[in-house]
Design a protein around this ligand. Structure first.
Ligand code: PEP
Ligand code: MG
Length: 594
């Protein structure tokens, strides 16, 4: 992007965060706040007034819970930035709980007989106007806060998630307190050049989305938001984790040079697209793409993906209030099958919970002290069979059009696999009786190995299931007890930790012993530093975000799998992950490692 230095405003400031998605983005700042909700006033009949008031009180409670959650996260940030953010959010919490707001809105609903949205808007307008009249500049500025609070309530009322990315100047860089995976799913890389935010960890789904969209991103950047004004130029260096607000002409020039060099490297790697991923000693590795959004199938093919190793269906359920019907799901999945034109596709059933929340479900996915250990993924699907049945039916229908496998997330025990298989068979039976075309024979049913217990029980799971997909993201999180989306412990998230490597080793061996296909589809699979480990272990399928494919393929074509196997023998006996990292660096740096 061409940025004219004379338009820079203010002094250059630099901030350090977590480098989660590589590349350099340079562009104008777009400060992402809650997307303003458009309010339309409606008359409410006298007999419906109580229900309307209750609707407001429920929304107020949802907004309060949401704010508490953000506040809890912010309180864990270090330094002045963390303190300031906590202070601000504390003020928002107080405003939200104030009787002035709730009584005022309730009175407006019954007095003017209007809908809750219109009542909130006018009450917030009047509170904000009274702040504006104050002499004290600090109090005057609080008018802005009450407006933010009002927007939060309005969004909770209309159950609208943030949709603030439409109409942005092309090449904008989104900066925010927090960007959820659902927000990231709304970003269009043709319009947005990258993003940076205060919260977020290295392997959370927001980071994964950024990589799969190819957007340079830095998360966990404390204190930078205060320096950002709409339209300022900002550099987001997703490779080093540096964020520069108002870069000087020299800084800008050096980042533009790096950008050009990266573009050149990408063009060189693109030439590998049609070459097979084969090691120097002739071992063929199947390289597939992870798809978060069905619309990305085209990009996967362009990047040379030989199939889809992980289709995360949960994104079909996000940014909407209702659940997609079986027909709608079948349609979307069939489109992916058609787009992949005969290439295999592994479709995973709903994996909600943790940071991937879906509004249309009846259960509270964030409930409990430890939602990551709660009712999520396959547990939720088995608890709500109608959800699983609709997903299976849609997958079976799409499977009539091309090769499909079905994958179950967060499996811990064989009972879950058996229950899911029984459900799949029942759904297939029903569809066949109805004369609906479905996959024949039934698609292989596989399990994610992403919980330590599943890795340790890999032998029995290999007998019950048709294939394994190793999810290193959750496997690392649960093995090391590190929240993958939490910036404060991101430095402890260690893919080369001895416990992680041993669990992966154990699971791969079990699969190979039982002659079951095993792939790796966590983020480690897309990092060329680790490719030799997987090849050396005997993994022959890797699935990653499409942008990572060329680099991993390049690595495979330069490596000898027998040498990689020796590397694994050396690695799994090390107890210090830094030793393993050094072994890998040496291996990767050697041109002829045979
Ligand atoms: C994983 O946990 O490694 C995985 C691939 O699943 P997700 O990232 O969707 O949790
Ligand atoms: Mg997972």
């Amino acid at each position: 992007m061409n940025v004219e230095p004379q338009k820079q405003a203010g002094r250059e400031s630099r901030f350090q965060g977590l480098a989660v998605s590589p590349g350099i983005a340079i562009g104008p700042v777009h400060v992402h706040r809650a997307g303003a909700v458009t309010v339309v006033q409606r008359a409410i009949a006298a007999e419906d007034l109580d229900a309307e008031k209750q609707r407001f009180l429920d929304a107020l409670e949802r907004a309060r819970l949401q704010l508490e959650k953000i506040r809890a996260k912010a309180s864990r940030l270090h330094g002045v930035a963390g303190e300031e953010l906590s202070f601000l959010l504390e003020a928002h919490c107080q405003m939200l709980s104030s009787r002035r707001l709730s009584d005022g809105v309730l009175q407006r609903i019954s007095g003017a007989r209007i809908n809750a949205e219109a009542a909130v808007e006018s009450e917030v307008g009047s509170i904000s106007a009274s702040f504006a009249e104050m002499d004290d500049p600090y109090l005057k500025a609080r008018g802005r806060d009450i407006e933010d609070v009002g927007q939060r309530v309005l969004r909770a009322l209309s159950r609208v998630s943030l949709r603030g990315f439409e109409g942005l100047a092309s090449g904008s860089i989104v900066v925010a307190e927090e960007i959820t995976p659902a927000d990231a799913a709304l970003m269009d890389p043709r319009q947005i050049a990258g993003f940076a935010c205060t919260l977020g960890g290295i392997e959370g789904h927001t980071a994964i989305m950024a990589r799969s969209l190819g957007l340079p991103a830095v998360l966990g950047v404390a204190g930078f938001l205060e320096a950002c004004r709409p339209g300022n130029t900002i550099v987001v260096d997703g490779s080093s984790g540096c964020v520069v607000v108002n870069p000087s002409p020299e800084t800008l020039g050096s980042y533009q040079d790096i950008q050009a060099a990266l573009a050149e490297e990408t063009a060189v790697l693109a030439r590998l697209r049609d070459l097979p991923a084969v090691t120097r000693d002739s071992h063929r590795i199947l390289l597939q793409a992870n798809l978060d959004l069905p619309r990305d199938a085209g990009e996967a093919i362009v990047a040379g993906a030989e199939g889809v190793g992980l289709l995360r269906t949960e994104f079909m359920f996000m940014n909407r209030e209702d659940l997609p019907s079986e027909d709608e799901q079948a349609e979307v999945l069939s489109d992916v099958v058609r787009a992949m034109a005969g290439r295999p596709i592994t479709m995973r059933t709903l994996d909600v919970g943790g940071e991937k929340l879906v509004s249309g479900l009846d259960v509270d996915q964030a409930a409990g002290a430890n939602p990551a250990l709660g009712l999520r993924a396959i547990r939720l699907s088995l608890k709500q069979p109608e959800l699983l049945e609709a997903q299976f039916a849609a997958m079976l229908r799409a499977g009539a059009l091309g090769p499909v496998r079905i994958l179950l997330p967060m499996i811990c025990s064989i009972g879950e696999v058996r229950a899911a298989r029984a459900c799949l068979e029942q759904v297939a039976e029903r569809l066949s009786q109805e004369g609906v075309a479905i996959a024949d024979p039934l698609p292989p049913l596989g399990v994610m190995i992403e919980v330590p217990g599943a890795a340790l029980a890999a032998d029995s799971l290999a007998r019950e299931s048709d294939f394994f997909a190793i999810g290193t993201n959750d496997l690392i999180m649960y093995t090391l007890a590190i929240d993958r989306g939490e910036e404060r412990v991101a430095h402890l998230y260690d893919p080369l930790h001895a416990a992680v490597l041993r669990l992966i080793h154990f699971a791969v061996e079990a699969a190979l012993r039982h002659d079951k296909p095993v792939s790796v589809c966590g983020e480690m699979a897309g990092d060329p530093r680790y490719t030799a480990l997987f090849v050396g272990l005997g993994v022959r399928e890797l699935s990653m975000h499409a942008k990572a494919l060329p680099r991993v393929k390049d690595q495979i074509r330069r490596m000898n799998s027998a040498a990689a196997a020796n590397l694994v023998m050396e690695s799994v006996i090390r107890s210090d992950s830094r030793d393993v990292a050094r072994l890998l660096d040496v291996f990767n740096a050697m041109a002829g490692n045979s």
